[in-house]
Design a protein around this ligand. Structure first.
Ligand SMILES: [Fe+2]
Length: 386
């Protein structure tokens, strides 16, 4: 009898031990969202339900282990989130400053009434690895480079080739202007479609700003877009400053009428664009926009093309934009290159990037120079905007 009791104790102890030792890992490496001169949001995914936090250190030559670093938690309304996806807003940063960071996920093994039981911790590495880092833009940056990719529809290899052709290392920020996947159906579709490679290539350390195309509005994960991208922004459409340049990122929605059979009676983009137009009107009158030297409008669907979406952009956004004198509007969606020069009707230039080229924009106090570069690294067109 004693032997049986002893064997049972051994089984319970070993099961308990292996349960307590369940391994947790960082499944999706961290990526930056909504980087501004004083804030950044860091998103990552752990393999198990966990609480998550970010530790931040100035990039001053001291080792990350030099002293206890300030912690920023994934939390809402005073409670730490227990989740696999973590979103942490880091605030009170200094403009024009480089920071190192490390993310942590602490496994929550179980909960019982008010008690919370914890297991192992996973983190990004700093021991024999350089920590991840990012640099906030200073308010007076007047010379920088950014690139825009769109419509790769899950062809991650093409995205990588285009970013490499653009000289990724020399870029300060990257814009994904929609239809990065054909359907926003699952984490697997989105991350295997482009994000895993984007993170490996740059997105842990270089900011990426994402605007939805019409294809990101489709699929089971589509309502959760904001859980992964711009999670703390008020909406998926947003504006930000990079030095003396203002970017206004529109969410142009679907291309066909909401009643189209393809949308299964789930879309309300006409209403959504009307509400967005009210927001746009305010942004275009803001100091952030008016005091900018260059003003770049980003939107997936262009205001021409003859479909319902094009008509909506023309009717709801273009009258506001015409009176706000942007430097340029950058679009995608058409899978071909179209350049509309400033004329009496349009009032500002509009560039539609194709699905097989990348726009590389060099911003300087004098002008905004845009090169259209193909996968071979050839410059197919070059535009200088005074
Ligand atoms: Fe599209």
């Amino acid at each position: 009898m004693k032997k049986i009791v002893f064997a049972l104790i051994c089984v319970f102890v070993s099961v308990g031990y292996s349960y307590a030792q369940e391994k947790i890992s960082i499944e999706i490496q961290p990526y930056l969202q909504n980087l501004s001169d004083t804030e950044v949001t860091i998103v990552w995914k752990s393999s198990l339900e966990s609480v998550g936090w970010v530790e931040i250190a100035p990039h001053d030559g001291n080792h990350f282990y030099y002293e206890k670093r300030p912690q920023f938690f994934d939390a809402q309304n005073g409670i730490k989130n227990v989740s696999k996806i973590h979103r942490v807003q880091v605030t009170d940063l200094k403009p024009g400053t480089r920071y190192d960071y490390r993310v942590f996920s602490r496994h929550v093994t179980s909960r019982e009434k008010n008690k919370v039981y914890y297991g192992n911790v996973a983190s990004t590495k700093v021991y024999r690895h350089a920590p991840l880092s990012f640099t906030t833009p200073s308010k007076d940056i007047s010379t920088f480079r950014f690139a825009m990719v769109n419509d790769i529809h899950g062809n991650s290899k093409r995205m990588e080739t285009l970013l490499s052709a653009a000289g990724l290392d020399s870029l300060d920020l990257v814009i994904f202007n929609g239809d990065m996947v054909s359907i926003f159906d699952s984490e697997q579709t989105v991350f295997e479609g482009f994000m895993t490679d984007a993170i490996r290539l740059f997105a842990s350390e270089k900011p990426m700003y994402y605007t939805r195309g019409n294809h990101e509005t489709r699929g089971v994960l589509a309502p959760s877009f904001k859980s992964y991208f711009s999670p703390y922004a008020e909406a998926i459409y947003y504006a930000f400053r990079w030095g003396d340049t203002c970017f206004v990122v529109l969410d142009t929605g679907e291309d066909k009428p909401d009643s189209d059979i393809e949308y299964w009676d789930i879309n309300l983009y006409d209403q959504y664009r009307s509400r967005q137009a009210k927001w746009l009107e305010g942004v275009l009158k803001s100091e952030m926009y008016l005091k900018a030297r260059h003003r770049v409008i980003v939107g997936h669907v262009p205001p021409f093309g003859g479909w319902h979406g094009n008509k909506e952009i023309e009717e709801k956004f273009m009258p506001l934009l015409r009176s706000a004198s942007p430097s340029v509007m950058l679009c995608g969606h058409m899978h071909k290159y179209v350049k509309k020069d400033k004329d009496v009707k349009t009032c500002f230039p509009i560039i539609v990037n194709s699905n097989k080229t990348i726009l590389v924009c060099s911003v300087s106090p004098k002008n905004l120079k845009i090169n259209v570069i193909n996968e071979k690294g050839e410059i197919k067109d070059s535009i200088e905007l005074e």
